[in-house]
Design a protein around this ligand. Structure first.
Ligand code: HEM
Length: 491
């Protein structure tokens, strides 16, 4: 350790005494700042120090793969966040779980249900939920943001627990959404001082300034409910002799029935299922939010996608997964949605488990490691004019050009902790986008003075990206398309 620490840390901006680079960390487009810092130092990786914590940022694909894939044993842990882990108590969730045997077992469970082939068994649910989305868009197009949130939540509770959510105010979706709100609030760096000074966690709730403890108590009720309530409903149904076709029963059969320690296997099944909502709902919403925004801002892309749809599927039916190979441009739209404004622009933070040396720089054990996914997905060499939403960048001679770096190989992270829900995510986003493009035109809203409203394309600051709320018009493409959706109304 001593020998290694004689090497320099990766370069970075000058530090202030005690606080280090605290003032260099911004909440507005941090990925851009980190990219500029790397460019000005002439290095693929940079280092910031905040109090005593080192933050390493990799700005290129090569450096990200070198650390997170080639040295994945060193870089597969997550930083310990006191508010999330101790006070809200979601150590049990896969994204927060420390690198351990338990984590490996939970990843096996994910793989069992949502691996590349296994995820296909849930396509029927995804088709049904995307059809319900079409119905909702017909009834209340102005609530499109609410509808995509519902689509994401409903698909996950249905796949995980076999629960058919109520059309409105579903209690299970409410639990999931409240939990996500709690996690997003607590995960935004800088929200809670207890993450900087963990000793504060011992303050009593009534103590002046201990609002974080009261917040944590409220948040914890929701995350505990996410862990237990939907799973208990599956167990109740199993006790009545019903076996809902879902991940819960499938995992129970595969991992619990004949286990040496069924109680601890069941605990892990519960936390794996709860992690599906935590990992999968907001990320899907973010990607579909970018899709709606792109369709408003790039009407030519939408027309081209609809032309392909009409040629392959026609106007008399809805697309399904059997059409996927014949709809390469729709697939290119999905790739561009993952690339244009990636959901997690700085990935989900990792923590190094050992001292390391990379490119002649010393990376101390316990460093927080961020990958600048946004910088990789906006690299001009791979994606010319990266700010433009242009699915044609993935096309060649009317088919997908496989020589272009697939954004799915970046947007879901890298190495051992790569997103385990990516196959399901790609399926559910593809079918939702294809179904919407088949039936509706998304365009600029018109204000009361008859003026078109152009969204400014802004995103809400946060570690997970959502477009700023914007209005848009969503209209059936023709009376035939309207009838097609109306026939689904009883779903
Ligand atoms: C477009 C949708 C999605 C995107 C962009 C996305 C992206 C990501 C990223 C970047 C990570 C961090 C990977 C890393 O550390 O390198 C991650 C982790 C994770 N994702 Fe996803 N994800 C999506 C959908 C889903 C879905 C649908 C599920 C579950 C059904 C899911 C479950 C998870 C879980 C459990 C983790 C934590 C894995 C671990 O720490 O071992 N994600 N995701």
């Amino acid at each position: 350790r001593k020998r290694r620490s004689n090497l320099p840390l990766p370069p970075g901006p000058p530090r202030q005494p005690v606080i280090g680079n605290l003032l260099d960390v911004t909440t507005s487009s941090p990925w851009l700042h980190y990219l500029r810092m790397g460019e000005s130092c002439g290095s693929d990786i940079i280092c910031l120090k905040i109090f005593s914590t080192h933050i390493i940022v990799t700005n290129t694909l090569a450096a990200s793969l070198d650390l997170l894939e080639k040295r994945s044993l060193t870089y597969s842990d997550r930083p310990y966040m006191t508010m999330l882990n101790d006070l809200i108590g979601i150590k049990w969730s896969l994204p927060m779980m420390e690198y351990s045997e338990k984590w490996k077992e939970s990843r096996k469970m994910f793989q069992h249900e949502l691996g590349s082939e296994n995820a296909k068994k849930y396509r029927a649910v995804e088709v049904e939920e995307s059809q319900k989305l079409l119905v909702r868009l017909l009834k209340k197009p102005e609530d499109f943001a609410k509808h995509i949130r519902y689509l994401a939540g409903a698909s996950i509770v249905s796949i995980s627990y076999g629960i058919r959510p109520k059309p409105e105010n579903d209690p299970y979706i409410k639990i999931g959404e409240e939990s996500l709100h709690a996690i997003a609030t607590a995960a935004d760096a800088g929200t809670y001082m207890v993450d900087v000074f963990p000793i504060l966690k011992h303050l009593p709730e009534w103590f002046p300034g201990a609002k974080f403890k009261r917040d944590a108590a409220v948040f914890r009720k929701w995350t505990d409910a996410l862990l237990h309530t939907p799973y208990n409903s599956v167990k109740d149904r199993m006790a009545r002799g019903e076996i809902p076709d879902c991940a819960a029963t499938s995992l129970y059969d595969a991992f619990c029935k004949d286990a040496r320690d069924p109680a601890s296997s069941e605990e892990l099944i519960k936390s794996t299922l709860g992690s599906m909502y935590i990992g999968g709902a907001d990320t899907t919403v973010s990607t579909l939010g970018s899709f709606f925004l792109a369709m408003v801002l790039y009407p030519d892309v939408q027309s081209k996608a609809q032309k392909e749809m009409d040629t392959v599927v026609g106007a008399g039916r809805l697309p399904d997964f059997s059409d996927q190979r014949s709809l390469p441009y729709i697939t290119a739209v999905v790739k561009e949605c993952l690339r244009w404004n990636p959901t997690l622009p700085l990935n989900f933070a990792r923590c190094s488990r050992e001292d390391d040396v990379y490119a002649g720089y010393y990376i101390p054990k316990g460093s927080i490691v961020l990958c600048n996914l946004r910088a990789i997905l906006h690299n001009q060499d791979n994606y010319p004019e990266p700010s433009v939403f242009n699915p044609d960048r993935f096309m060649r001679d009317g088919d997908l050009n496989l020589d272009i770096l697939d954004p799915a190989s970046v947007a879901f992270g890298f190495g051992r902790r790569i997103c385990p829900g990516r196959f399901m995510a790609l399926d559910s986003i593809w079918i939702a986008i294809a179904s919407i493009l088949a039936t509706y035109t998304i365009s600029k809203a018109v204000d009361p003075n008859g003026q078109e409203v152009t969204p400014d394309g802004g995103y809400i600051p946060g570690f997970l990206q959502h477009p700023e709320p914007f209005p848009c018009a969503i209209t059936p493409r023709s009376k035939y398309h309207q009838e097609l959706v109306s026939e689904l109304i009883d779903l």
